[in-house]
Design a protein around this ligand. Structure first.
Ligand SMILES: O=C(O)[C@H](O)CO
Length: 320
């Protein structure tokens, strides 16, 4: 197999291969299928390749279901519209017209041939790099004038609010089992009900501990009350979120986006549906990953151990 890779703006990879490939589509979850990258296969390629695509669960694909007659150009130009990947053979001319027809979603081109004379390399290269600056490219929502909601107000929630305040947040709101005026006054946060938190928050940060009471507390009930423009942030524990409901909310546009530092399980398998979403950013549980913080955590744990052994009260002791 001979592969070449190029870092392109949209067309990110090109593979040239003398191996056989064929296409199809398999998934038992219709909902997931619709968000999987779309691939067009230009020929009824031999079964091994199709099997690989089917089994991968990574793509949904359509193919020109014949090996005797190559796909007519007109049909090809239609079929490539909006695809994320194209698997072609040496009979398809991959030129400017075809790349334009495919449009900006196209990221990967794989040809079932060792030769690449049917690929217009100049046209492929032209689509490299970042491309032009666009007016709405990578735009997000501003913290300025926003309402930030905190689910579970403790030291972490307060620390988050203190860091966000300079970005000119208009209002902090929070909910918890009961009002926590001493903490709330430090950040001028208003106590609201769970439903109001969902309704009013432009950014909703989950900062509660995972307990039997908070398990999957962030579910379709919460997401359905949030604004379409809201961002959901979880830095607490993955278990406080029903991830299927979150996927649904994100993929249907019920909420605008999510930033997750924690998931169930950790690490989240790379083929998890949440990874297919453009509006979900997932980190590997690194919210506390600074040398200073980890040193402080380590010192606190060591000091607590020694205090406990001496029979003295521990700092931040968890009351059982
Ligand atoms: O529980 C903690 O201390 C954090 O999740 C680690 O970052």
């Amino acid at each position: 197999m001979w592969c070449s890779r190029m870092a392109l703006r949209r067309l990110q990879k090109i593979a040239v291969t003398p191996l056989n490939i064929t296409g199809g589509l398999t998934s038992n979850i219709q909902r997931e299928m619709s968000t999987l990258p779309r691939v067009y296969v230009t020929r009824q390629i031999p079964p091994e390749g199709l099997k690989i695509l089917r089994k991968s669960g990574q793509v949904q694909f359509e193919l020109w279901d014949s090996d005797d007659i190559p796909v007519p150009r007109k049909e090809l130009l239609q079929k490539v519209k909006g695809v994320d990947g194209l698997l072609c053979t040496l009979t398809e001319k991959i030129d400017a017209e075809l790349l334009d027809a495919a449009g900006p979603n196209l990221k990967v081109l794989s040809t079932m041939s060792v030769g690449f004379d049917h690929l217009s390399l100049d046209e492929l290269k032209k689509r490299g790099g970042w491309g032009t600056w666009r007016t709405l490219w990578l735009c997000g929502y501003e913290l300025a004038n926003s309402t930030v909601g905190i689910l579970g107000l403790g030291r972490i929630g307060v620390a988050i609010a203190e860091r966000l305040a300079p970005f000119k947040v208009r209002k902090f709101i929070y909910t918890d089992v009961a009002p926590r005026p001493e903490l709330a006054s430090a950040i001028n946060a208003e106590y609201v009900s769970f439903d109001e938190l969902a309704k009013q928050s432009d950014f909703l940060a989950v900062c509660c501990a995972l307990t039997p009471e908070t398990k999957e507390i962030c579910n379709k009930n919460l997401f359905s009350k949030m604004k379409k423009t809201s961002i959901f942030i979880n830095t607490s524990r993955g278990g406080v979120v029903n991830q299927e409901d979150l996927y649904e909310a994100l993929s249907t546009g019920q909420i605008a986006g999510a930033g997750l530092d924690v998931t169930v399980p950790e690490p989240l398998p790379t083929n998890h549906p949440l990874f297919t979403l453009k509006n979900c950013v997932i980190l590997p549980h690194i919210a506390s990953a600074s040398y200073t913080t980890r040193d402080a955590m380590s010192s606190l744990a060591a000091n607590n151990l020694l205090l406990g052994l001496r029979g003295q009260p521990m700092i931040k002791e968890l009351k059982l």
